[in-house]
Design a binder for this molecule. Sequence first.
Ligand code: ZN
Ligand code: ZN
Length: 175
Amino acid sequence: MIINIRSLKGHKGDVLTFSQDVPWKLAEEAPQVAAESSPLTVEGRVTNTGRGMYVEGSLSIKVRLNCTRCLEDYEQVLEAKFAEEYLPQAKAAELNQDNDEEWLDGIPTYHGDELDLQQLLWDTVLLSVPMKTICDADCKGLCHSCGQSLNKVHCNCTNHVTDPRLAALADLLKE
Ligand SMILES: [Zn+2]
Ligand SMILES: [Zn+2]
């Protein structure tokens, strides 16, 4: 996603707002995501700080996530905020020459009239994907014996008792 910042150049303090829906292939990058159900919605503003361009905003995307317990997909909206200052490429290079500081190496830059937000959006949206994906706190998962989803069926297998005390009792009864 690219923002044209021509109108901000040379006008310190000026602000540009933006709002866009961008097609996004999140499922290809995040294994927990089964599919996207909506484009990525991005809203924000760019401010000319005199030194560079300060971008802040928020994004959201509706996705289907894989439940790690029952392996079914479920829908969730991922939301996150972002903020970053971009420096003109020439100024960043200048700063790099004057300083040996490491933080300058990864500094986001822009060139000409185009502010490329792609990397920032990727970093932000990937962080918004939960590490642990469970469709519901009460999800019962799969039966260890027959593999059926215990959210849907009551199978007759005896050994999906997960409480260790009950499991011990079940073992006793078997003898
Ligand atoms: Zn589940
Ligand atoms: Zn079963």
